[in-house]
Design a protein. Structure first.
Length: 114
């Protein structure tokens, strides 16, 4: 079992920045990859960014160049630095941890609005 705790969502103006954190506990040694997904009202959940166990990263097309995913192995914590936020980035952001089994955080709301 893996437990995930997310923090860092909130309300921000367009062009602003936020940083999300996700801390994993439990059987984290089985880590293969972890990442962030988001779901806006009426839309399907989509990939935001993912970091693989070898350190490589991938991003969704809509966030490439604006968001940065990183991981602190010692703290079992993953971060998503979000810059140049746009209203269309508004969504619930979910942390995902994959060991062969998918684990999901409870989600954190990000709202980009003036």
């Amino acid at each position: 079992q893996v437990q995930l705790e997310e923090t860092g969502g909130g309300l921000v103006q367009p062009g602003g920045s936020l940083r999300l954190s996700c801390t994993a506990s439990g059987n984290t040694f089985m880590f293969r990859h972890m990442g962030w997904y988001r779901q806006a009202p009426g839309k399907q959940r989509e990939l935001v960014a993912i970091i693989i166990d070898n350190g490589s990263t991938n991003y969704g097309d809509s966030v490439e160049g604006r968001f940065t995913i990183s991981r602190d192995n010692g703290k079992n914590t993953m971060y998503l630095q979000m810059n140049s936020l746009r209203p269309e980035d508004t969504a619930v952001y979910y942390c995902n941890f994959y060991t062969g089994i998918n684990y999901w955080g409870q989600g954190t709301q990000v709202t980009v609005s003036s």
